[in-house]
Design a protein around this ligand. Structure first.
Ligand SMILES: Nc1nc2c(c(=O)[nH]1)N[C@H]1C(S)=C(S)[C@@H](COP(=O)(O)O)O[C@H]1N2
Ligand SMILES: [Mo]
Length: 350
């Protein structure tokens, strides 16, 4: 690890040499097929089943020459190699990983979600080593990827997060996912992970961290991933904290029969713990509280309710999560709109 005191020089720019000109394995926006909710049967989502999203392409990051700089408003600027990072204290956290959906259609629910165990160096540890100057308020992260998104060339993918979140001990400079080294397509060799925040904030192919007194002026924090002002407000909000959300894993059609108890279950999550999940079997006219497991880390929480249907026919199942502070899911078109599934109660196999 090398350090330097010339923080002033760093202040003028967030770019690092590595963020320019890294060869790209793929160019342009892309994503991989997400798991359907009925296939989210395991608490930990296997890495291969977790959705993947990239805006600018996938860079060919050279692991041997990769380095991370920590600069901006810090006492000493750090440059770390992969070995330097591996030599620092490591921790793990299980965390729900959810995409906020397309920044061009932010109200369309996508249900791109998984629950994984990330491992790496706490961001607070690295920032502590660098020493944060008074008056700092944000940490800006940049990735090595560059390219065209939404008909515009972007020199890099750049995000920011409030200093309080960066220092809360959950944010990681991650080296592993589910116990294995991060593959390049997952953001390897090193990515940022911000548990409790939408996936967009977890910068892949991380090359620099910059402590700042203001937000990033980049496209991915100004044009994209800013929710328009709500009713009675004039301020747009950054797409940071996970809004309450939930999905139904079971039952599906063919599993529901008259007079036979069936477990309605699924996963619920939010930035803060989910305190309650309500389930409906009549399309949202009436709701009943499900049992909800306690949360560990920033993982999703299982909910379940036993239902014994009495008659044959169509039922619209729905689930709705509510947090300790009372935030809940809307039934209007929003990214965390209530999830519904139609099931037919069919005669039991004899
Ligand atoms: N460098 C970089 N980081 C990025 C992105 C990107 O395009 N470039 N996409 C973000 C978005 S929108 C999401 S949802 C997550 C997806 O991470 P995954 O592909 O590992 O699931 O990465 C985030 N980090
Ligand atoms: Mo995303």
């Amino acid at each position: 690890m090398t350090t330097s005191q010339d923080a002033d020089q760093e202040r003028s720019t967030h770019a690092t040499p590595a963020s320019r000109g890294t060869p790209m394995l793929r160019k342009g926006f892309g994503l991989t097929q997400e798991l359907r909710p009925e296939d989210m049967t395991s608490y930990l989502t296997p890495e291969a089943d977790v959705f993947s999203v990239w805006h600018l392409g996938i860079p060919d990051v050279p692991t041997d020459t990769w380095s991370l700089t920590v600069g901006g408003r810090v006492g000493r600027r750090l440059t770390l190699s992969l070995d330097d990072l591996r030599g620092l204290p490591q921790t793990e956290i299980t965390s729900v990983h959810e995409c906020a959906g397309s920044p061009l259609a932010p109200t369309v629910p996508q249900r791109r979600v998984g629950n994984v165990r990330w491992g790496g160096v706490p961001l607070s540890e690295l920032l502590g080593l660098a020493g944060i100057e008074d008056g700092s308020a944000y940490v800006i992260s940049t990735g090595a990827d560059h390219g065209v998104f939404d008909s515009r060339y972007h020199e890099r993918y750049e995000k920011d997060l409030p200093l309080g979140k960066a220092m809360d001990g959950t944010a990681l400079v991650a080296l592993t996912v589910n116990g294995s080294p991060l593959p390049v397509r997952r953001g390897g060799p090193v990515r940022l992970v911000v548990p409790g925040y939408y996936g967009t904030n977890s910068t892949k192919w991380l090359t620099s961290l910059t402590v700042s007194d203001r937000r990033s002026a980049g496209a991915f924090t100004t044009t994209y991933y800013m929710d328009p002002p709500g009713e009675g407000s004039s301020v747009a909000t950054p797409v940071w904290e996970l809004a309450p959300n939930s999905c139904l894993v079971a039952p599906v059609d063919g599993q529901v029969h008259p007079g036979r108890p069936v477990e309605i279950w699924g996963w619920a999550w939010a930035c803060e713990p989910v305190a309650r999940v309500d389930v409906s079997v009549d399309g949202g006219h009436t709701w009943a509280p499900a049992e909800v497991a306690a949360r560990t880390g920033h993982a999703w929480q299982r909910f379940a309710l036993t239902w014994t249907p009495s008659a044959l026919g169509e039922h619209v199942l729905a689930c709705r999560a509510t947090t300790h502070s009372g935030a809940t899911q809307p039934s209007t078109p929003r990214r965390n709109r209530v999830h519904q599934r139609v099931v037919f109660v069919t005669p039991a196999p004899s």
